[in-house]
Ligand binder design. Structure first.
Ligand code: 3HC
Ligand code: NAI
Length: 692
């Protein structure tokens, strides 16, 4: 059973008990109905209280059940709510901590609601690409009024219970013991008749048409490719315009429609993907962690500054070490300016500004960082420099300190070998700008201690990052995959496309930025340096030479006001460049390639399936633990469109057999060797399976 039934005097108490958040899965729903039946059949029981055990009243419908037959098995949530609402004995919801989605819908089906202060009240379904499907869109406007309810339903954001205490949603705000208050309330209303039902409340909103039309226009503009927010408005409109039961039916139709959409699948995948990423099978949740009360960062360049800000934002004092006073001053000034900009935009209070700036110190001396609990190295990407730094860290850092590297491509095991304590060494790969980007690749070296990994995962949460664990390989998960994507982008230029077409096609697919605009932003010289290294280390890999020719022209990107595009000084807007386009066309001619018209569809497939195929190799090699980890890397670090769920889920939705057939077609073209399906992809496709 996942709900307990007890009788307290003349009040029956049904306590949902389905950890972690009392999700309303089939077993829990059945247990509620059983409890109600017992209460109704027991003459000694005069009223019922429904509450939740542990850290929630209820987090809502069990999202894990959505794709299984259990989701629609009786008793459905509708049935449960009907049983409660139609009970001839009063039912009181005793709400605390979390009351969301189906949990709030259940509470709205009760005759009365008593709540603790500080409880998070929400209908967050929209964040999963759906809408409240058990009466939430029909009942919430009846207790909160149209505007407030619509805001909650369309945003999905939680509201603290005390802010709603004076509305019809709650009958009592219980300052003391919730259960005591709820049972006293139940005794008080035991004989009250008729029992109040939210469904009977009339919504009085003159000119609702105007308000809803205005809301629709605003929401449509903000919702982008997601259908759910506008459908939420349609459902709420039904609460005003239709009879209650018709509104309920209409809400159900919209819910059923939305739950099938790829957008909802993608959002649910991201919800679980984010949580799964923090779980490592051989590092159980009770693995001891080290305390992180202070931090140090080596290098105050592009990355070091942003990394230091993460610590300060989380209230952890941090010292940045540089080689020269000038570089240190410059780095600290950039950090200050970043905070000042946020202050000016009103996104930071003066108090928080002072606090955060005050937590960041600079130094030129290793002696000053020796006592830090963690040090993150962000110096030049050269093994020789990393060697110097890690040997020094090994000498000066206290025992038990975590020694992390922000390297984006170098071998973390080799870096660890420069120290006498490889168990303390780990890769913490932040993404630029490090104070903004959500992704943190946590690179687990061969000898990295389990406690160091567990501490890093905990730290990721503390600094509000999505931590994804990667094994050691060149480029880890994200950059190793992006290399295949960039190679295809280069080949497309040789074969007939121009940068603008490639960027537009992939941006229309939903990427935040196409590969060429991205190259110009990050600096084309960075990729050039990596390729030069690869030409020596891995001479078998082929690249289009266009990017090298571009760099030879000195066109490094926005920083030189010229890259794949032309830029006007001080302006980030890209203008197609005639000289670059001429260079590309000439290069095709030099290679003897007859340029052809390439469709946007081909561009998208080549870029995205290049990611998927490399992702499959990474998965099979165990560099990533699960397909959803790869998707999280791409959703949080590379601007992959959230509504498509990441390169692995996208391939699943397209169908792996279709992906393989498309790759076989590409394999007959130039550089066909790149299109050999990864063994895992080929196998899953042949078996009719998917990655996720
Ligand atoms: N169903 C199933 N599992 C759920 C769940 C749900 N509704 N909500 C949370 N969980 C699970 C998480 O997957 C996680 O599991 P794990 O430990 O195995 O990884 C665990 O509960 C804890 O979740 P968090 O790490 O997010 O814990 P927090 O304490 O930080 O947050 C929370 C708790 C606020 C409830 C947050 O989990 C949340 O926002 N959950 C989603 C709530 C939601 O969207 N509810 C609506 C569901 S859809 C619905 O009700 C449809 C109805 O209208 C018909
Ligand atoms: P950067 O060149 O902007 O900054 C490096 C800083 O390190 C400079 O200020 C330099 O003075 C300092 N430095 C060099 N040697 C030092 C030493 N021995 N001791 C102390 N300070 C030293 O470089 P950036 O871009 O910040 O990169 C740093 C690291 O982060 C590299 O490993 C890079 O691969 C990685 N990285 C870079 C990303 C980016 O987008 N720039 C993204 C993710 C990782």
């Amino acid at each position: 059973m996942t709900a307990e039934y007890k009788v307290n005097g003349s009040v029956a108490v049904i306590t949902l008990n389905n950890p972690p958040v009392n999700g309303l899965g089939h077993a829990t729903r059945s247990a509620i109905v059983d409890g109600m039946r017992k209460a109704l059949n027991d003459d000694a029981v005069k009223a019922v209280v429904i509450t939740g055990a542990g850290k929630a009243f209820s987090g809502g419908a069990d999202i894990k059940e959505f794709n299984s037959p259990k989701a629609s098995a009786e008793p459905t949530l509708h049935t449960v709510i009907n049983v409660v609402e139609n009970s001839e004995k009063p039912v009181v919801a005793a709400i605390h901590t979390v009351c969301m989605g189906g949990g709030l819908e259940l509470a709205l089906g009760c005759h009365y609601r008593v709540v603790s202060p500080g409880a998070q009240i929400a209908l967050p379904e929209v964040k999963l690409g759906i809408l409240p499907g058990a009466g939430g869109t029909q009942r919430l406007p009846r207790v909160l009024g149209l505007e407030m309810a619509l805001n909650m339903i369309v945003s999905g954001n939680p509201v603290p219970s005390e802010k709603l205490a004076k509305t019809k949603l709650f009958d009592q705000l219980a300052d003391g013991d919730l259960m005591e208050a709820a049972i006293a309330f139940a005794n008080k209303v035991a004989d009250a008749r008729p029992l109040p039902k939210v469904r009977d409340i009339k919504i009085d909103y003159p000119n609702h048409e105007g308000f809803l039309q205005f809301s629709r226009n605003t929401v449509r503009a903000m919702a982008g490719p997601f259908p759910a927010p506008v459908k939420c408005i349609d459902a709420v409109e039904a609460a005003v315009t239709k009879r209650f039961d018709d509104g309920l039916r209409y809400e159900r139709e919209l819910f059923t429609e939305l739950v099938q959409t790829p957008e909802s699948k993608a959002l649910r995948h991201a919800f679980f993907g984010e949580r799964a990423a923090s779980k490592v099978p051989d590092v159980p949740e009770d693995t001891p962690t080290r305390e992180i009360k202070s931090a140090a960062v080596i290098g105050a360049g592009t990355m070091g500054g942003g990394i230091a800000m993460n610590f300060a934002n989380a209230g952890i004092p941090v010292t940045i070490l540089e080689m020269k006073q000038e570089a240190l001053d410059k780095g600290l000034a950039t950090i200050r300016k970043n905070y000042e900009n946020t202050l000016k935009k009103g996104k930071l209070t003066q108090e928080k500004f002072d606090q955060r700036v005050g937590l960041i110190k600079g130094t030129l001396s290793y002696e000053e960082i020796g006592q830090a609990d963690i040090v993150v190295e962000a110096v030049f990407e050269e093994m020789g420099v990393k060697e110097q730094v890690f040997k020094k860290l090994d000498q000066v850092m206290k025992q038990g300190a975590i020694l992390a590297s922000n390297t984006s491509t170098l071998d973390v095991d080799k870096i660890a070998s420069f120290t006498s304590r490889p168990q303390d060494v780990i890769g913490l790969h932040f993404f630029s700008p490090a104070n903004v980007m959500k992704l943190l690749e946590i690179v687990r070296g061969e000898k990295t201690g389990k406690d160091v990994l567990a501490t890093s995962l905990k730290l990721a949460k503390k600094i509000k990052k999505t931590g994804v664990v990667s094994g050691v390989c060149d480029g880890f998960i994200g950059n190793r995959m992006i290399e295949q994507y960039s190679r295809q982008a280069g080949f497309l230029l040789e074969e007939g496309a121009l940068p603008e077409q490639v960027d537009k096609a992939i941006e229309k697919f939903g990427f935040a930025m196409g590969p060429f605009r991205m190259g110009d932003l990050a600096g084309n010289d960075i990729g050039w340096a990596i390729r030069k290294r690869r030409y020596i280390e891995k001479p078998d890999i082929t690249y289009s030479k266009t990017a090298d020719l571009l760099c030879e022209m000195g066109r490094y990107g926005q920083k030189t006001s010229a890259g794949w595009y032309d830029y006007k000084p001080g302006d980030r807007k890209p203008y197609p460049s005639q000289v670059v386009n001429d260079m590309i066309v000439k290069h095709s001619a030099d290679l003897g390639i007859q340029r052809r018209k390439i469709s946007d569809e081909e561009i998208v497939q080549r870029l995205v399936f290049a990611l998927t195929n490399e992702g499959a190799k990474i998965l099979e090699e165990g560099i990533a633990m699960r397909a959803s980890d790869i998707d999280m890397v791409y959703l949080t670090g590379y601007g992959f469109p959230l509504f498509r769920g990441g390169p692995m889920l996208y391939a699943d939705i397209v169908g792996l057999q279709n992906v393989v057939m498309t790759m076989e077609r590409f394999a007959r073209g130039r550089h066909g060797e790149a299109w050999k399906p990864a063994p895992l992809l080929a196998r899953l496709a042949a078996e009719g399976k998917s990655f996720n």
